[in-house]
Design a protein around this ligand. Structure first.
Ligand SMILES: [Zn+2]
Length: 60
């Protein structure tokens, strides 16, 4: 199931939404900011019910 993550870019400070498929479970991956196009590392945790527990930007 797709959920919308609300993320704050560590580079430009803008917030944007990212679709995340919770059926894949917890994940760490890199996305590009939709505003400034710079990459950021994300850590998303999904609980046993398929709900997003936390989504945070791990700045590198
Ligand atoms: Zn940005």
């Amino acid at each position: 199931m797709n959920e919308a993550l609300r993320l704050e870019c560590p580079h430009c400070g803008e917030t944007f939404l990212l679709a995340f498929d919770t059926s894949e479970g917890s994940a760490e991956f890199t996305v590009d900011c939709e505003v400034c196009c710079r990459p950021m590392q994300l850590s998303v945790r999904v609980d046993d019910d398929g709900q997003i527990e936390s989504a945070e930007v791990v700045e590198e």
